[in-house]
Ligand binder design. Sequence first.
Ligand SMILES: C[S@@+](CC[C@H](N)C(=O)[O-])C[C@H]1O[C@@H](n2cnc3c(N)ncnc32)[C@H](O)[C@@H]1O
Length: 398
Amino acid sequence: MVTETSNVILPEPPAELKRISENLVAAIRTKIAASGPIPFSEYMEMALYEPGLGYYSAGLQKFGPAGDFVTAPMLGDVFARCLAKQIEQIANELGRYEIVEVGAGNGNLAADLLKALAEYHAPLNYRILERSAHLRQVQRETLEREVPQWLDKVSWIDEPPATSWQGVFIANEVLDALTVERFCCTSEGIRQLCVADGPDGFTWQQAACPESLHQKIEATLSGLDGTLAEGYRSEVNTSLPAWLQAVTGSLQKGLALFIDYGYPRHEYYLPQRRNGTLICHYRHRAHDDPFMYPGLTDISTSVDFTALAEAADSCGLEVNGYTSQTMFLLGCGLEEVINGFQLLPEKDRISKNIEVRKLTLPGEMGERFQVMALGRGLPEHLSEQFRGFTLTDLRYRL
Ligand SMILES: C[S@@+](CC[C@H](N)C(=O)[O-])C[C@H]1O[C@@H](n2cnc3c(N)ncnc32)[C@H](O)[C@@H]1O
């Protein structure tokens, strides 16, 4: 059986999963019944993180062929091998260093990085800041299986490190999962898009923008070319500066690397992008209806990298690099990594080839995924020479 949404046909989930979604819907309904329509950020927070029911909190298969989507570290170890070369450069400068990874997914990146870095310059420890209890367990199992010899280096933390540390902070596809507010341009000005409960399920409802949100949107859109037409919808992440300060505040010396799909601001809010960047994934189908099977569906938005650079500025981090994923991987030494596959059996070489194509082709992850490096306390000779950013510098586009 299949279910049709405005733009895609989704397979019907099995009964036990439908029940999870129905329980989550009931919890969201209760909230709306108590307070009236809720901001989209609150809906997204519950849909992704409601204990036991949200997409990242419930113990569902999310990743890989049987899940909803695949990320770069899940394709194989090429991404991690390249990233390791960037980390090695910083490690050589720092000597003793740590790694903090936020939102570690199934733990592949942590395992492959620990393997690759053992060949160069191993970190003192590897801390994982992960919201989802279920994913912590998945990550532990991956690490136990893949790198039992390095397991004593790994720990899971509930809060960002409280005391000063030096090293590398990594966030791959995490910014896209942070909650956002949605807004709409109308003849009366900018309105907030809230979530209401209707006879046929959740619906969008326009509401007056709270003053702080209005100011944030005005500041974001000011300076962009062209006017946004009536009916134009998009998103803004109001919590990014506070989140960035929280997760990187204690990084005394080192580099924070953010890899995600997104754009510089003038592309993010292009007049043609009339429905914003909100995207939902369910069983490898992408659609734009976050009210379909809440709890079973991933909800994310693209990253406004200009907003990340502004947030960095307010946190005392320097924007040391911004480039596409392809150029980052090539700068880190992708060709060298590929050369290392020459001795593999043909079958493995073919699958590595496919992996590299997925990571780098413009129509796959190569262009849509971008990498930003935010540094603190590093010497100038290094901060303008990070390996991954030597081939193309896109900072002028921010
Ligand atoms: C799209 S997955 C990416 C997983 C992994 N980084 C990868 O590339 O495969 C998003 C991850 O971020 C986690 N997450 C989202 N928001 C978070 C937050 N505020 N703090 C810590 N983890 C978060 C989710 O639980 C999940 O592990």
